[in-house]
Ligand binder design. Structure first.
Ligand SMILES: C[S@@+](CC[C@H](N)C(=O)[O-])C[C@H]1O[C@@H](n2cnc3c(N)ncnc32)[C@H](O)[C@@H]1O
Length: 203
């Protein structure tokens, strides 16, 4: 799509969060991996955060430096309304990650199902460059994308599918693979979407 913010704003305006294929009442794997490889005193950014409940759970666990980036302001508005009492711990960034240049560092970079929309090599290069600017040395990337046998579209948009090696290769020698998982995500419609997860640590 030429204007992803219009696309995603209309998605988030049209449906309730729990009617979207990617909805999770409990972002279990995100929380498991983040808790294993980082701690609440760390800073975290969630790329393509949408209206995910991950931020609510991180706040419950004591995280106090949380940045959510999304191209859709509608999605961020849903979160803003939900966690209104904790806004002092949050930074909301309405930006397209394909053109965004980070201005600070984070200890954890989390991305569930946003990176896989980057189908052009130049967009992925920009993404890796942003990670290299923004992730602290020793910091961790927690990334989930559709697996090779996953859907080839999401929300009507083409996606790129990844196995573990694809993600390791994408981020290159600056990172070491700490963990990887395969997840069979059950959508609210009763279908299954296989995801590949990796935890990569910046050397
Ligand atoms: C499949 S949803 C996943 C949302 C959330 N991570 C979750 O797990 O519930 C993809 C999200 O990425 C956002 N997104 C898509 N392309 C983006 C881009 N180029 N820059 C920033 N956000 C983007 C969408 O607005 C949407 O919120």
């Amino acid at each position: 799509v030429s204007d992803p913010s219009a696309h995603w704003d209309s998605v988030f305006a049209a449906k309730r969060p729990n009617q979207m294929s990617w909805f999770q009442n409990d972002p279990t794997l995100s929380l498991t991996l983040i808790a294993q490889w980082a701690r609440p005193s760390d800073s975290v950014i969630d790329i393509g955060a949408g209206s995910s409940l991950l931020v609510d759970r991180l706040l419950d666990l004591g995280w106090r430096d949380i940045t959510l980036l999304d191209v859709s302001d509608e999605a961020l508005a849903l979160t803003r309304a939900r966690v209104a009492d904790s806004m002092q711990y949050l930074t909301l960034v309405n930006a397209d990650v394909r053109h965004w240049d980070p201005s600070r560092r984070y200890d954890v970079w989390h991305d569930r199902a946003a990176l896989h929309f980057l189908v052009d090599a130049a967009e992925r290069e920009h993404y890796v460059g942003a990670v290299l600017h923004a992730l602290s040395p020793g910091g961790v990337l927690v990334i989930a994308a559709f697996a090779p046998d996953g859907p080839d579209q999401c929300s009507g948009l083409a996606v790129r599918r990844y196995d573990v090696d694809d993600l390791v290769d994408m981020f290159g020698p600056h990172f070491s693979l700490e963990d990887s998982r395969r997840e069979e995500h059950a959508t609210p419609f009763g279908t299954v979407q296989p995801f590949t997860w990796v935890v990569l640590r910046r050397r």
